[in-house]
Design a protein around this ligand. Structure first.
Ligand code: ATP
Ligand code: MG
Length: 391
């Protein structure tokens, strides 16, 4: 029965004179997420965003699409009433209550707003009069202004709006309002969640995946594309860089002590990711690392991988337990894809007993044995990268 949604936002409200930038981004993202579902009208007025729905629209589908837009704090399904005249307005609000709540044994509170101060009634007067009307029409209702089970909100603008349901949105900030960063996206559980979390703060996401054919399959690569697609529902389009890492990995395997392979490989991933990041205007790197999860994520190992970058490395999962990460991946629907069994490039070259406390001096020393060819190999890998726009 609702013909529109009122979208409320939280943190954007505190942005002072830049607020319009955030509001416009939010409006554009909502529009974009709805564009395949029908002809919606998304408008911004007086600090609010309204979504007017086409006839016969699918309610669930629409709510789901808006729930993916970062920056949305609350989604309120509203009925727009085409009048501000008191008599027809009260009747329409009564009809709304009648249709929406077949069982009216509940307590309620009226809340009202008017945008035009010349409207003949003040907001408190609207509440009192409208409440009295509802009590008379539905004697089962009771008023409770302190702890009502239903809040009936009426807003009088150039039209009137009535609503009483609030669906929580994802929160965060609209993507694109806070720069761009490069996500190191593997096929695992963690990195898609890390990308989702940073995007939630308004950051645009580019991504890089290192594959090692034939040691990693085409399906492993497809899995990463699929994961990027799943998070792009929230982040918007993702430019995914795919780097062929095979020769570099084999070279490290040939020249370096095997227990240091993972660390040295991770250092080269970071170096290459940073080069692509700098070339594409990214202001940071993002990984799915979490302290202690595996040998390459002890504090010693993290210090060692971090050493090779100058850009800040954002690790939103750093203090998360695995189960907490799994919970988010289930919520954002990446879990089922992440646990598909295709190898990512790390698992094939891992040593039986990787170092857990790499010594920086030792690692740097081992890397010296790569000097002859590694620069050139990195350049070849960069020059032959494949780019996929995922949306
Ligand atoms: P994930 O679940 O994200 O794969 P993980 O627990 O398997 O993480 P590692 O394999 O140690 O942990 O990788 C740590 C981080 O390094 C990942 O979260 C990801 O950001 C990055 N990474 C690892 N492998 C790759 C890869 N093949 N391509 C791109 N990034 C990678
Ligand atoms: Mg992994």
């Amino acid at each position: 029965m609702y013909n529109a949604f009122l979208i409320k936002y939280a943190e954007i409200g505190t942005k002072g004179k830049n607020r319009y930038i955030f509001e416009n981004a939010l409006k554009d993202h909502i529009k974009n997420n709805l564009k395949d579902l029908g002809d919606y009208l998304v408008t911004k007025e007086q600090g609010r965003i309204y979504v007017e729905c086409p006839d016969g629209y699918d309610y669930e589908e629409t709510v789901e699409a808006i729930k993916c837009v970062f920056g949305v704090a609350q989604i309120c399904p509203v009925e727009i009433i085409d009048t501000i005249e008191w008599e027809p307005l009260t009747k329409a609000v009564g009809d709304y209550v009648e249709a929406q709540y077949p069982d009216r044994n509940f307590t309620f509170k009226m809340e009202a707003k008017r945008s035009d101060k010349k409207y003949p009634m003040t907001s408190p007067e609207i509440c009192v009069e409208m409440g009295a009307y509802l009590l008379k029409r539905f004697p089962e209702l009771k008023v409770d202004v302190h702890n009502p089970s239903v809040r009936i909100m009426v807003e009088v603008r150039n039209k009137s709006y009535v609503y009483s349901e609030i669906i929580p949105g994802p929160g965060g900030m609209p993507v694109g309002t806070n720069g761009k960063a490069m996500l190191l996206l593997s096929g695992g559980i963690d990195s898609p969640v890390a990308g989702y979390m940073i995007a939630k703060r308004g950051v645009t996401i580019d991504a890089v995946y290192f594959h090692a054919p034939p040691y990693t399959s085409e399906r492993a690569k497809q899995k990463v594309v699929d994961l990027a697609k799943l998070i792009s529902k929230y982040t918007g389009p993702i430019r995914l860089n795919i780097i062929n890492f095979t020769d570099i990995q084999l070279y490290i395997y040939e020249k370096c002590p095997h227990e240091e392979l993972t660390i040295i490989m991770r250092r080269y991933m970071m170096r290459i990711a940073e080069k692509i990041a700098l070339d594409s205007g990214c202001l940071g790197l993002i990984t799915g690392e979490s302290i202690g999860q595996v040998a390459s994520q002890t504090l010693h190992s993290l210090a060692s991988t971090n050493e090779v970058c100058t850009l800040p490395v954002y690790r939103p999962l750093i203090a998360f337990d695995k189960q907490d990460i799994v919970d988010i991946s289930e919520k954002i629907n990446t879990y089922e894809t992440s646990i598909l069994p295709f190898e990512d490039c790390c698992t094939i070259f891992v040593a039986k007993h990787p170092v857990t406390k790499p010594n920086l001096k030792v690692i740097r020393h081992s890397e010296r044995s790569l000097e002859e060819k590694i620069e050139e190999m990195v350049q070849v890998a960069l020059d032959s990268k494949e780019v996929v726009m995922v949306m």
